[in-house]
Every structure is written in C-alpha cells, then in structure tokens.
Design a protein around this ligand. Sequence first.
Ligand SMILES: N[C@@H](CCC(=O)N[C@@H](CS)C(=O)NCC(=O)O)C(=O)O
Length: 82
Amino acid sequence: MEVKKIKNLKLYYMDPCPYCQKVMRYMEENNIQVEMVDILADPKNREELIEVGGINQVPMLLIDGKPLYESDDIVQWFKDNM
Ligand SMILES: N[C@@H](CCC(=O)N[C@@H](CS)C(=O)NCC(=O)O)C(=O)O
C-alpha cells in the first residue's frame, strides 16, 4: 500500500475572492489546516505566488513546491488526500 507523505502545504488566498472562500469553507468544515498566505497582507506574498506558481491567480495550493490552481481542483485534492 502506498503511504502518502505530504511535507508542505501552503494556500495562497485573499479574503475578497469567492473561490478562495469556497476552498476555505471546505477546509473549515473538514478541519483541514495548512499554512495560509494572504496575498493582500504583503505585496511580497503576491510576488511569491507568481514566482512559485507562474500565474497571478488565487486560490493556489502549493503542494511540496508544486502549484495547484482552480478551486474545484484544490477541493478535490483535499478530498483525495486529506
Ligand atoms: N476558476 C478559478 C477562478 C479564480 C479567480 O478568478 N481568482 C481571482 C480572484 S476571485 C484572481 O485571482 N484574479 C487575479 C487578481 O485578482 O489579481 C477558480 O475556481 O479558482
């Protein structure tokens, strides 16, 4: 049986974004906690989002250094992996 080891998860988000809210609501309902990066809190966070993900779009879940965009795909990833 494969044992999945998730080392590092970071969610890039901003509060006014409804797609981010959808992901965060799912996380709250399922008691999922990851490191949160608010791109409005510091311009450096948005720079980091673009640097690591390549696209200026939230939400983005960084999974062991690999970016996952699209709120539906992020929620599905949580369903499959958490
Ligand atoms: N289809 C995407 C839509 C994401 C999206 O449109 N995000 C907006 C904020 S709500 C965004 O990042 N826009 C770029 C910007 O505001 O700079 C999803 O479901 O995650």
